[in-house]
Design a protein around this ligand. Structure first.
Ligand SMILES: Cc1ncc(COP(=O)(O)O)c(C=O)c1O
Length: 384
């Protein structure tokens, strides 16, 4: 028997490929998006406490009430809107699950879903596996802002949803109020839902703040806000996140979540609920990352790469087209094998794999590691 693949175009992700290559080569790994430093010991102690105290059996399907309540309080404090913990907040196994469950809840056979690209790699398979059709709209060259005229043109009677992401991976672009207004106007009076990937909600720079789609009453009615405690608290391996959506949407979302994972890791939910009682822990995250962004941008300015400092997320893009026309995958491989610094080629974030000669670095690393990586990048010309 041969199993006909439902995702024939999908192979090993570039993140796995580059991280593996970085390990083989002993390279500094600025490729995959995970922090190179530990979590707050207070949070780690809380997890130890709750595991030892016996909070190790299935949690309620929607998440423990305490965590949903604390998350609703955080949302009120940071985004100024009320989400009912009972009916509108669900704890899930990472934002990846939130996105998959939201897409599954809404997308039917033949429905079109607008995806702005470059895009995070989990969106397309979620759409395709549900019989949907991704309709790609490129972000603007240069600053990766949304070209709302292009989005307008992409909307058709078959459009069921739009998948958005701010702060944006890989570009670091952060939406402004005018973007939210444009989106609201475009889908007004249309049955179009929004899946909003907000995993970098706490990582913005230079005084910018993240505007959740949930904070806009008109958008809130149609939006699944997907978040990640893993990204926020430097614990990506815990795979724990959330979805906030209006009651009717949450009801459908939970039907899917119930049979994807049923519930999410119990002791970590208790630990996070306690930890969220200390808002300063998450309110201090922008400053923490600003220092890293500044250090990385200052160092990158000493290399031959061109870049605009990232406005959000823990990624920095850099372009090299003025130096060489080699492919971005080839450059990433040479950088890893010869300079011993791993990065991600941006072509992998495009459906047509277009190569604009741009690479992505993750700067969620210790200062010493960033510094060493930057020193090595000064020798870039040797590999071009
Ligand atoms: C834009 C974006 N969305 C979602 C995720 C996945 O989040 P989680 O680890 O909580 O599933 C990532 C992780 O890299 C991401 O960059």
């Amino acid at each position: 028997m041969t199993l006909a693949s439902k995702l024939p175009h999908i192979g090993t992700t570039i993140f796995t490929v580059m991280s593996r290559m970085a390990a083989e080569e002993g390279a500094i790994n600025l490729s995959q998006g995970f922090p190179g430093f530990g979590a707050d010991p207070v949070l780690l102690d809380l997890v130890a406490k709750y595991t030892r105290e016996g909070f190790n059996q299935y949690a309620p399907m929607a998440g423990i009430p305490q965590l949903r309540e604390r998350l609703a309080e955080k949302t009120q404090l940071t985004q100024g809107y009320f989400a009912d913990p009972e009916t509108e907040v669900t704890i899930v196994s990472g934002a990846t699950e939130a996105i998959f469950a939201a897409v599954t809840a809404i997308v039917r056979q033949g429905d079109e879903v607008i995806v702005l690209e470059p895009a995070y790699d989990s969106y397309e398979p979620a759409i395709t596996l549900n019989g949907g059709v991704p309709v790609y709209v490129p972000l603007s060259a240069g600053d990766f802002s949304v070209d709302w005229e292009k989005v307008k043109v992409a909307i058709s009677p078959k459009t069921r949803a739009i998948l958005v992401n701010s702060p944006h991976n890989p570009s670091g672009f952060v939406w402004a109020q005018k973007d939210l207004d444009q989106l609201a106007a475009l889908i007004r009076d249309r049955d179009i839902y929004v899946v909003s990937d907000e995993v970098y909600e706490h990582i913005t720079f230079d005084g910018l703040t993240h505007l959740s789609l949930g904070s806009q009453p008109e958008l809130r009615e149609k939006t699944f806000v997907c978040g990640s405690f893993g990204k926020t608290f430097h614990v990506t391996g815990w795979k724990i996140g959330y979805c906030i959506a209006p009651e009717k949407l949450t009801a459908e979302f939970r039907k899917v979540h119930q049979y994807l994972t049923f519930s999410t890791v119990t002791p970590i939910q208790y630990a996070l609920a306690k930890y969220l009682e200390m808002p300063d822990r998450y309110l201090s995250i922008p400053d923490f990352y600003q220092k890293k962004r500044d250090l990385f941008a200052a160092g990158l300015a000493q290399t031959e790469l061109l870049f605009r400092p990232s406005s959000g997320s823990f990624f920095q893009l850099a372009s090299y087209g003025h130096l060489s026309q080699i492919g971005d995958r080839e450059l990433a491989e040479r950088m890893t094998r010869t300079l011993k610094v791993a990065c991600i080629p941006i072509s992998v974030f495009y459906s047509d794999k277009r190569d604009d000669k741009i690479i992505r670095f993750c700067f969620a690393k210790e200062a010493s590691e960033l510094q060493e990586g930057l020193n090595r990048l000064k020798d870039l010309s040797k590999i071009l």
